[in-house]
Write a protein that binds this ligand. Sequence first.
Ligand SMILES: Nc1nc2c(ncn2[C@@H]2O[C@H](COP(=O)(O)OP(=O)(O)OP(=O)(O)O)[C@@H](O)[C@H]2O)c(=O)[nH]1
Ligand SMILES: [Mg+2]
Length: 399
Amino acid sequence: MTSSYRIGLVGKPSVGKSSFFNAATMNDVPEGAYPFTTIDPSVGEAYVRVECAAPEFDEECTPNVGYCEHGTRFVPTKLVDVAGLIPGAHEGKGLGNQFLTDLNETDVLVHVVDFSGETNLEGEPTEGHDPREDIDFLETELDQWYLGVLEKGINRYSSGYVTEDDAIEEDLAEQMSAFKTNEDELKLLIRRVDIGFDPEEWDDEDKLELAREIRKATKPMVIAANKMDTPAAQANYDEITSDPEYEDLTIVPCSAHAEKALKSADKAGVVEYQPGDDDFEITGDISESQEEGLEQIRDFLQSYGATGVQAALETALFDVLGVTPVFPGGANGLGNERGEVLPDCFLIPPESTAEDFAYSLHSDIGDGFLYAIDCRSNRQLGKDYPVESRDVIEIVTTN
Ligand SMILES: Nc1nc2c(ncn2[C@@H]2O[C@H](COP(=O)(O)OP(=O)(O)OP(=O)(O)O)[C@@H](O)[C@H]2O)c(=O)[nH]1
Ligand SMILES: [Mg+2]
């Protein structure tokens, strides 16, 4: 069993995708104030926080992967930094649509937006640019990309080699398989858009609306309002979060710079900072100017609750995608035969049942599933039990 969720960072050039990536993963990919600094995508390991269950059992955990600090598990997940997208990317503008396919590998997107308004749609320096344009353009760009693939699926349907009882969702599912969708989901989405099941009847608007629904379903998105350490970004943030047209969006205020600075200072032994926290402690000898910089960051944390890098990743995975963290445990003590305590914290798909969880551990465990045990209450759970966040569960099998 692997926690193989991938979070993709998208956005126009120069918004701080690579800076966010470096801050989250402590990598060192190039960052630059010029468009298309990044060309090839980088994949790194970031962490999402889960409150550890071991203290509730008066135990100390021994994680297999990631780490645990002050009762917080840092569970690894994959983060992908891709090249910047500009308007027309779906037609090959900028670096073209080749890297749009990099996004296929991701489960959820963090749209990094330069809230300072100091870069235009191409990622070049400007002033007073409205970040709402960036939010709109990215959605449009992704929709157009989906529409292109959708139209191929419709052509496949109309091209005659389909048999008579063939349904449109079958051909679409095949054509759009890279988007990790399937017939059932497509059927549901076509129904939701309410355009009927005969593609001959669909006009351009119907198709675009369907493409948009498929995009929303298969690429859920969080907006990281980046560069919030600048006054211009803070003003834009206030304006956009109170704009009713944008109230359906999930926007997380963020400063990749602040996160990187704190993590680097922690590494250097100058401060004690736990990623995602709302404060830090200065523990080393520092110059006056360093102290001034750190105090500015502290003010930022006080205003926004955190640097926002952790929050954006966790909102994407837990709130928007609905992934559930679960600890495999034992009803008679949490340790396994090797003396490890709660070694794993798995991230499982939304709405998983106890049986799904068993199968995600191993097909043999799923096949032999008898019942599960909630290790906190020692209550027996049936196969249809919906697994909840931070459950500690033992699976009892026939073998
Ligand atoms: N003030 C401020 N500037 C930032 C922040 N994050 C990134 N920047 C700056 O924004 C510029 C672009 O950063 P990158 O990380 O290279 O942006 P990118 O989105 O990866 O750009 P491309 O690879 O060209 O698509 C750099 O000059 C960064 O220093 C932030 O949190 N605050
Ligand atoms: Mg970059």
